[in-house]
Design a protein around this ligand. Structure first.
Ligand code: SF4
Length: 422
């Protein structure tokens, strides 16, 4: 490296680490300007850590870093729907040189810690813990959990590092070793400890009360969302969640049940057809029941993008909302949840545990093994195939039908959860 130029994915080794930098501008004086490209819309602390690590490696290997910047997607960028993405508008460049340099002393300590962890053979015997989920979920978690004790601490909701350290100091590796009266535990954690000790279902009294405190008709709603980090459609911004399908089970006070669904199985903008049909379906809804937070926020994010849809969306957002997912997290636990609260897991466990409860069949509640699509992620991937340019019409139709089956089953599952717990 003696001449000025641009390097992509240049590797440097120094100070016991090897780093790769997305883009390096080399000046005539052999000073370097570093650029890391991130798909997110903000600078995160872990990005600064990475850059600090790069600066340390590069400067120990006798080059000089003049500046370090992060190029991330600009959240204010509004796409025009064309195939062109003006880079200077799509990305924002943030100079993080000073912030990253401030982390250099900590980076040296971290490298020492990493080296000692790698050199220590007992590291492989460490139990699972908070580090398996933060900052990102480790793909080996199911395998590591199987190798460890039953109900490892990592299954405990709201587990933080401080609590985890205390448990480790007391040689506690499993929730089965915990005392539900332990003052350091939250209400939710105590319920988990209690359910595991009882080897059975624990339901707090407020859960059925809240499930019965509803307005009629009850509408159980499941919406399919597709995340587009790079905006594709006109008037959309990076990382927009687009609704592409919905299903509603409507239950009247007299017991009638009706279901409706809609899937956008074409490459066109799904927002208007999906939202218009959903708003129409929910016009006279009493309580709208959903699973998982974020529906409101996602619908709100669509408010300003289409002025014509705004009043209709507003009316949808004003309907009384019952979010069953957080009610379950805060009032229900069964040991077979294994620390997970996704709707398919929770429903499968509760349907088994409460199989003695008589309830009429729901036509759309087909066996999960009869589905091609089993969860929100798989549905989103199927929709990504639908909007791909080269996908044939017949494939689109087939994928649309599978998404429809999945959406219908999802709102039926939601209805069944309500029946089981009320
Ligand atoms: S799940 Fe990942 S982070 Fe956790 S112990 Fe296993 S390998 Fe390590």
């Amino acid at each position: 490296m003696g001449k000025p130029g641009v390097l992509f994915h240049a590797a440097f080794r120094g100070g016991d680490v090897e780093v790769r930098v997305d883009i390096v501008l080399v000046s005539a004086k052999a000073e370097l300007d570093l650029f890391e490209v991130k798909a997110g819309t903000t600078v995160k602390p872990r990005h600064l850590q990475d850059i600090a690590m790069q600066i340390r490696a590069i400067e120990t290997s006798s080059f000089q870093v003049k500046s370090a910047s992060i190029l991330h997607l600009d959240p204010r960028y509004v796409h025009d729907g064309s195939a062109n993405y003006p880079v200077h508008k799509l990305f924002r460049s943030v100079d993080v040189t000073r912030r990253a340099r401030r982390l250099l002393p900590r980076v040296a300590e971290q490298i020492e810690t990493f080296a000692s962890v790698l050199a220590d053979e007992s590291t492989l015997e460490l139990p699972t813990g908070t580090w398996c989920k933060n900052p990102l979920p480790c793909p080996f978690l199911p395998r590591c959990t199987k190798q460890g004790p039953a109900h490892p601490l990592v299954e405990l909701p709201q587990l933080n590092q401080q609590l985890e350290r205390r448990f480790h100091e007391d040689a506690v590796e499993s929730i089965t070793q915990l005392d539900p009266q332990d003052e350091g535990l939250s209400q939710q954690q105590r319920r988990v400890v209690r359910a595991i000790a009882l080897k059975g279902l624990v339901v707090e009294p407020f859960v059925p009360e809240e499930l019965q405190d509803v307005d009629w008709p009850l509408c159980f709603v499941h919406i399919g969302w597709h995340l587009e980090p790079l905006p594709r459609l006109p008037k959309t911004k990076p990382w927009l969640k687009l609704p592409f399908a919905w299903s509603v089970h409507r239950i009247g006070q007299t017991g009638y049940v009706a279901s409706q669904s809609f899937v956008s199985a074409v490459a066109d903008d799904p927002r208007r057809p999906v939202l218009e049909s959903l708003v129409k379906e929910l016009t006279d809804a009493g309580t709208v029941v959903v699973y998982g937070n974020g529906h409101d926020e996602r619908l709100r994010a669509l408010l300003d993008l289409d002025p014509e849809l705004k009043p209709k969306l507003r009316s949808l957002l004003q309907a009384p909302l019952l979010e069953i997912g957080s009610l379950i997290q805060h009032g229900v636990y069964h040991p077979d949840f294994d620390g997970r609260f996704e709707m398919p897991t929770v429903h499968a466990v509760l349907a088994e545990a409460l199989s003695h409860l008589e309830r009429p069949p729901i036509a759309e509640l087909i066996d999960a093994s009869d589905l091609e699509i089993h969860d929100d992620d798989e549905a989103s991937r199927a929709y990504a195939k639908i909007i791909a340019k080269r996908t044939r019409t017949t494939t689109r139709e087939k994928l649309g039908a599978e998404i429809d089956k999945w959406a219908k089953r999802s709102s039926a599952v939601l209805y069944d959860l309500w029946r089981l717990l009320k």
